[in-house]
Design a protein around this ligand. Sequence first.
Ligand SMILES: Cc1ncc(COP(=O)(O)O)c(C=O)c1O
Length: 360
Amino acid sequence: MINVTKPFLPPREEFDQYINGIWSREWLTNNGPLVNELELKLKEYLDVPHLFFVSNGTIALQIAIKALGVKGEIITTPFSYVATTSCICWEGYTPVFVDICPRTLNINPELIEAAITPETTAILATHVYGNPCDVEAIDSIASKYNLKVIYDGAHAFGTKYNGRSVFKYGDISTISFHATKLFHTIEGGAVITQDASVAKEIAHIRNFGHDGPEKFYSIGINGKNSEFHAAMGLCNLKYVNQILQRRKELSERYDLMLKPLRITKPFIESKEEFNHAYYAIIFESEKALLKAIDTLNGVYTYPRRYFYPSLDKLNYVGSEGEMKVAGSVSSRVLCLPLYQDLSFEEIDMISRALLRAQNY
Ligand SMILES: Cc1ncc(COP(=O)(O)O)c(C=O)c1O
């Protein structure tokens, strides 16, 4: 059986060494030494000044909203994972959807200004599949209208824009380290900022708002992560360059094998260094996509309709205006299996099945 993804697992002995250390220190959570070490190493790897390891990428988004004090209407993309929208609704604010660019599948900056109202306080955009948004255009609209910018970089580990870490843009970026991500800590995520005063807010909010054992600085939540999760991160970080390289090779194999297939793919701008977090293909019609899924399932291969449905269709959001591009793309997009030990032979088999589905 070939699933859309399979978590990377480091050599067991390397993980065990960290676990032995946890046993001898008897320090399991609450900003322990492994959490600190992982944060330092991630800051260095991602080239960012402030990074907070948290329990998942969803709580990272909730903390970002609270730390920036944004409220009212938040402009966002309908083409993302549900957490990008639900985090806004969870806080009691209103997601205002702006359609995506048909080439990159990221929020279309040309449509943002028309959606701004006196209630708008922020833009929350996703670097879809690790492909960076037009961060320059978004950041310049935000400064013109005095809006905050949060980038949901759940997929963007290792991505660069104009040679710089993509996490250097916006007021806050978030990331997910879920087991399905190319770098993972089993469950986990991070909140990243360039700004020391925002970092202070995040640090307090992540830890219930504590300012010392008996004093409270602000409202907070339990967003901390544990020594065990940090141990997995420290093990995996050693392999992340190999993982990035392998995903590139596998994606190039798909490119080669799928040349005759009538599909399109998200466009990666030349100034972007892509991390190959996903291999997404867009069919001509939903019918062609369903036939492809059926054929792949017949050879025990399980790709994923990701993202589907378009988020403006969620039953708890009131959405104005039709998200034509996001609606159309989400009905036709499919993420193919991509993980470290997927073989070229398996990619060839998947590709042949896709061609069969197209031709018969
Ligand atoms: C775009 C996006 N945002 C947020 C999340 C939430 O991350 P987590 O699963 O770590 O809570 C995900 C998870 O897949 C995601 O894909």
